[in-house]
Design a protein around this ligand. Sequence first.
Ligand code: PLP
Length: 389
Amino acid sequence: MQKPKIVSQKVHEMQPSGIRAFFDLVLGMEDVISLGVGEPDFVTPWQIREAGIYSLEEGFTSYSSNKGLYKLRLSVSRYLKNRYGLQYCPDEEILITVGVSEAFDLALRAIINPGDKILIPSPCYVSYGPLVELAGGIPVYIDTKKESFKLTPKSLEQQIDKKCKALILNYPTNPTGVSYTKRELEGIKKVLLKYKLLCISDEIYGDLTYDFEHTPFPTLSGSKNNTIYLNGFSKSYAMTGWRVGFVCGPKEIIAAMTKIHQYTIMCVSITSQMAACEALQSGRESVEEMKREYKRRRELIVDGLNRLGLSCMKPQGAFYAFPSIEKTGLDCLEFSRRLLKEEKVAVVPATAFGKDYTDNIRISYASSFENLKEALVRIEKFLKTNGRK
Ligand code: PLP
């Protein structure tokens, strides 16, 4: 008789995150410049930290309502209204979550029936595929490489069949830094409406768009009822460790997500929620300041990489560059391993974001200007000794 497996088949078959696997190599090495992890190098702005500390001093140490503090849901609602003209009811259309990560997982579990297909433009953030599978769905990857890493209405439409339930859209995109203009989004929206598909729109980097205004997907006419809008505080407010985000959408979907949330999480840490209220109230200037600095670094790293012959398109948002290393003749895993070993610069091989992307690496420029300058010097040295084709 076959020995029963302790771990479920699904989890057993799941691959560990390619980023984490690679970064285990970095642990214990000295003098490494890490351009790997997608996390702001800034500390959370002081007044936000202070609001968290003050809430503890005041004795706010309990659970909050499952949906999140009303005060925070109201602040989210006002923020979206003032900034984008978007209207979401704080009672029924907004849920506070443990980062976008939880919001994303809830969204999938709330909508997927076994065997539903979920469309994912690829390369993509590492969690999407595994979480779709855990929720019982089938991830269908849409390769975007030929279209400069952008999803087009045509490539989307080609993949749609009766089993499709939703598209996961993430812009600005991790790992490519690509974003979409309003016009481009309109084209995608039309296809989604034609086939009555939902859009799970992960806009966690929405505040970090450099070349044009960010357009939230639910602001497109006719799309609000089909969109689950995800956003959070981790990236724009440098609050990764606080674990707080939010999701807005049609009330049936938010109610379904809240059911799962109340059994699994109950509520987000009240300290983090109090800090997030302060972020929305007074954090704008800090966000703009960090954004200016990311933009300055973007110029440095993109120009630097292109000068070294590693062709790199200009990312329109987030804090990632996605250069091609094809010219070196190395695949991205070998390139990244050797660069780490020989020059102590850590980058992420693009295969972490989709198995076919062997010709690219992801470089995070959420690292100091000085680190980036030094990294470029080391990469130049590396390229002198490592086979250019
Ligand atoms: N979505 C994308 C595209 C990300 O890049 C990340 C983090 O890197 C997340 C979601 C997770 O964000 P959070 O910290 O809000 O859970």
